[in-house]
Design a protein around this ligand. Structure first.
Ligand code: AMP
Ligand code: ZN
Length: 484
């Protein structure tokens, strides 16, 4: 089916076709790994996951999906600095090797990020690559050299800046966001990674070495400029290396439009002579009581906070589909409860499809499939797709369906679950009575490990239970186990 997507560049919904053959090359700005990601961040990753799944299942495309891991920026440096209060013993000992400290801190949070996304149903095998910024320093330096050679950057006090005024003589700066150039402070420079539109000025590509910060040598024309990359340059560089330019789709949260993505377009085009991508897709914020969930506002929950409250991660995954990605999602605990109920209404229906019935009534499954898939193809309209599904299950109780129709529906739900991935497509399982004591003990040990926040142990016990052929689900009061 033809997929249509809202493109933040054209501000329109556009028909999407991959540039080369049938393979979609897609890049998502990934996490900055200096802390546990909050569920606002998770909205961005669940949106990208939804998009790549819809492209595969509904669009029948192959997808090459790259998501970067930002392991060097102002915050990772701040928190890995010797004596930082953010350092915890699980990261090992801090040493005099500042780069080693940075890598230890960020590896710790990268691992937790991978565990979190996996709990939310994002599969590691769906990524083509998850490159880390520190692995691409040389390529970033090459890109900065190109930008310098073409006259769109300059060196000042050991740092290298992108010259916005010079660039504007060739191309628009402010393609994703309107920038008021009447108040533009030409020639002024900004060193921080994140800044507001009002502070638009020459942004930093390479930051001169500061005491107590890790650094890399950077040789330009027989001079050395020791320092480290600014935040924006990593994406320009990694997407070119791993996807080629221009690629098809770039995703990220709406806050990244400026400055991160605007600067990315400018750098890539100035250096490589071409726009990085054709389509920019941005998810709206997840909010709590009308405010963006963010670490700086202190109103955030990590996935771990919610798991401790007994919330099933699949209810969080499903709750994100109740709103369109382009609308603000208001996070509430009641919302998560409703999401659980709604998910299980469909789950119960699926269980019943496996029960015998005497009915001869057949239904038009293609019509259902078409209505649900058309909504997903229409800019990933999950709420409308789910509305069709709920209307259908209300109007068609399973005991009124023929065996053939039920089998057709099982096939349809299996296909749909390749996108939503929140249901079990199986007959209802026998209860815990048939679960061996050994498995029950492991489940109890895991509950204890979870209470003690021993995530490694709890994950390895969970894996043992699953490998032994059982399905373990977290619930509000603890867990349930079923035979797989
Ligand atoms: P960061 O780790 O801060 O670089 O952010 C990772 C991703 O999360 C980016 O795509 C952000 O745009 C996105 N993001 C951050 N806060 C929120 C929020 N409250 N709602 C939705 N997306 C967010
Ligand atoms: Zn990025």
């Amino acid at each position: 089916m033809q997929i249509n997507l809202y493109n933040s560049l054209s501000r329109k919904i556009e028909p999407f076709t991959p540039l080369i053959d049938n393979e979609v090359r897609m890049y998502s700005c990934g996490p900055t790994v200096y802390n546990f990601a909050h569920i606002g961040n998770m909205r961005a990753f669940l949106f990208a996951d939804l998009l790549q799944r819809v492209l595969k299942v509904v669009g029948q495309h192959k997808v090459r999906w790259v998501m970067n891991i930002t392991n060097i920026d102002d915050k990772t440096i701040r928190d890995s600095a010797v004596g930082s209060s953010a350092w915890i013993s699980d990261m090992g000992e801090q040493t005099d090797d500042l780069l080693n400290n940075l890598l230890k801190l960020t590896e710790y949070y990268e691992k937790s990020f991978l565990e979190d996304i996996s709990r939310l149903g994002i599969k590691k095998e769906d990524f083509f690559a998850m490159p880390k910024a520190t692995e691409y320093i040389e390529q970033m330096q090459n890109l900065i050299r190109l930008i310098l050679e073409k006259g769109f950057a300059y060196i000042s006090e050991g740092s290298i800046y992108f010259n916005v005024s010079e660039w504007r003589k060739h191309q628009t700066y402010g393609r994703l966001f309107y920038i008021d150039f009447d108040n533009f402070r030409a020639g002024e420079r900004i060193d921080s990674d994140q800044y507001e539109r009002e502070d638009a000025s020459d942004f930093v590509l390479w930051k001169a070495r500061k005491p107590n910060e890790p650094y890399w040598n950077f040789h330009i024309d027989n001079f050395n400029f020791p320092g480290r990359p600014g935040w924006h340059i990593e994406c320009s560089c990694m997407e070119k290396e791993l996807l080629g330019l221009p690629f098809d789709i770039h995703t990220g949260g709406i806050d990244l439009k400026f400055p991160h993505h605007e600067d990315e377009i400018a750098q890539s085009h100035a250096g490589y002579g071409i726009d990085p991508t054709v389509m920019w897709c941005h998810n709206e914020f997840l909010e709590v009581e009308g405010q963006k969930m963010s670490k700086s506002l202190g109103n955030f929950f990590t996935l771990r906070d919610l798991l401790e409250k007994g919330i099933d991660p699949l209810d969080i995954r499903f709750s994100m589909f109740a709103s369109h990605y382009g609308s603000v999602y208001n996070f509430t605990f009641d919302g998560i409860k409703s999401s659980h109920k709604a998910r299980f209404r469909i789950q119960e229906y699926i269980y019943k499809l496996f029960e015998k019935s005497e009915s001869e009534i057949t239904i038009d499954i293609d019509k259902l499939r078409n209505s649900v898939f058309s909504e997903l193809a229409n800019d990933l309209h999950t709420p409308k797709a789910l509305a069709h599904l709920f209307t259908f299950i209300n109007d068609n109780p399973t005991d009124k369906l023929s065996e053939a129709s039920k089998n057709g529906l099982i096939a349809f739900f299996t296909e749909l679950n390749n996108i939503f991935d929140v249901w079990t497509i199986n007959p209802r399982q026998e209860t815990e009575l048939s679960i061996p004591d050994e498995i029950k003990e492991k489940a109890e040990m895991r509950l204890e490990a979870k209470k003690n926040k021993n995530w490694d142990l709890s994950d390895s016990l969970r894996k043992e239970i699953i490998d032994a052929g059982y399905i373990l689900k977290d619930t509000k009061d603890g867990y349930t186990i079923e035979k797989g």
